[in-house]
Design a protein around this ligand. Sequence first.
Ligand code: GLA
Length: 730
Amino acid sequence: MGIYINKEDKTYTLTTNNSMYQIKVDKYGILEHTYYGEKMDYMDMSYSVKCEGASFSPTFAGAERWEDSYNHKAQELSCAGIGDFRLTAVGVRNTDGSFGCEPRFVSYEIKEGKYSLNGLPAFYGDNAQTLIVTLKDKVYDIYFHLYYGVFEEYDLITRSLIIENKTEGKINLEKAMTLTLDLPASKTYDMLYFHGRHTRERMMERATIKHSQLTVESMRGASSHMENPFVVVCDKNANEEYGNTWGIGLVYSGNFKISAEKNLQEKTRIVAGINPENFNYEVLPNDSFVCPEVAMIYSNSGFAQMSNNFHKAIRNNLCRGQYKNAQRPVLINNWEGTYFNFNADKLVAMAKDAKELGVELFVMDDGWFGKRDDDHSGLGDWTPNEKKLQGTLSSLAKRINDLDMKFGIWFEPECISEDSDLYRAHPDYAFKMPSRVPQTSRNQYVLDFSRSEVVDNIYNQLVNVLDNANISYVKWDFNRHITDLYSVALPAERQGEVYHRYILGLYSLLERITTKYPNILFESCSGGGGRFDMGMLHYMPQVWTSDNSDAIDRLKIQYGTSFAYPVSTMGAHVSTCPNHQNARITPLKTRGNVAYFGTYGLELDVTKMTSEEKEEIKRQIKEFKKYYELIQRGDYYRLISPFTPEESLHCVWETVKPDGTEALVCAVRYETDACTAPEYARVKGLIKDKWYRINGSEEKYLGSALMNTGFKLDYIFDIYPSKLYHITLA
Ligand code: GLA
């Protein structure tokens, strides 16, 4: 059905396979949000958002009833300053200095295909429709173009907002968040959010949305390890397979904010977009401001369905380039194997051994350029260190290629060391405030990417490297967050634009580089998973999930990440033991099994491995490739959480062919106990009346039995054991 307009009711109804979203122009021309939830036959749902009592709310000019207040209406676009005292999304400082806007309906337009956003990442594709609804302030010529993208097959509805200034003077946006969403019914909802820190990203937490604001946000200049720009709002009793669930994610990599609260109408409102703190954007006459996209997926049956739809939408209609759905090469990265301490001979020796195990791509990490033998210098000077490389970069690439392996390298294009030629030549390229000594983090500064000449300088340096050696892979890192935000290119009153302009500069660089090198596989990184968001995924189809490569810690990290992001986006490597981040010792097999459910690669000095260990890696690469399609394109189910040791000693998850004919379950025991009770895993997505075998067992199991009772997990007498269960038709 897609987009349905009922002219009589003045409703605009967006319908997907399982969801429905409705807005309506009321008699005052205000755009109301009347419904977002389970799909149903058409009905004008405005009865459910009628303004009822609740005093101490001002009535707008021309209102017929005293209850007709901006403070009561379920507004699709909520503006601050005009008597809506709940959470609001947009704050406009008009030319005359007054603050506030009263948007009224002007027109609408429907387009085939998905809209795109100038300068910002967005979902794309012909398998979608676009609705644009234009509102205008009652008084001033300020226009609000609300963009909706409808992807029926994924239950995905995207929203963006373009604010256009057609007045004769400049206006200032003091808040330009994309989304206002008033959820249906006076119910209490929960929110799942994914907090963390370096080496501990996306820890899932659940809280109830009450009358005070519940906020996840970043002010780090990047989406950050601390919070992820993605939340799940759901019924209080919702779980993996049950309950109303709305997944809400921002396609943005900078400062963001997602807030929810229950308001005076006992309704839950959510706003999401660019973080308004230290944000103030000037919009000149005839100019406009584009707000980042918000992606929303509703599910009437819990989290798994929502996650699987996000996975498909991200894989097919957000990621781009030849690798988005292609098999990625198995790589080895030298970082944990050598850190800065390497030369070309060492790398080639590692590559040679890795090749014998089946590795296809060798990645040279930090330390190959400028003066860079530790993290105190060199960033900004993207010139190969030919002493360390014992020749040119091209000659090293050739040595690797001669082993019949691809070659990749690491960059950190957005940062600069004080001890670098670039800094000596252009100290003003780094963010720093006038008269204040700038702060370092990992001994480095951040480049002012709000300036096009800074971006151009880095672009030219990157091109110079990439054009002069046979490079098939780039790891794009960002190892600190932004402080000392100040751009010498902007006047004092426009410094509130810099955070967002930085992100626009970054996106423009990524667009240029990824377009110029369509055959390079790009992996995004920010001290591990400090910028794992839908914005970066538009440019690079995989992200180094975390600097923590310990298989047991990874259970929680990959579990939380999987709520929004597909397995194909999660960089996951087997590293050495004791683990470099937490000293834990785990079986090599478990490290492999966990890394399979990501991109699988190695991050260790393979020349130091024993022959048994090498044999095990050889086996793993074969096994990973055997299951590649099933893992990367199957439906993903979290069967047993790693956060509930009181219920199970295992973390268990599954990938199943969409037609239910084959599944792979992985179980990792992360706690140990004597005299354990038997544990069962209930599988999902099989065919009820078909018979299955597990790992080729004699015994056959009915699909219904595996889904209702489950199968018994093997008890393995070891520390941190794991096992794969391959379920096939009998
Ligand atoms: C970050 C990355 C690591 C590695 C180092 C190099 O911490 O997350 O994987 O690339 O930088 O300095």
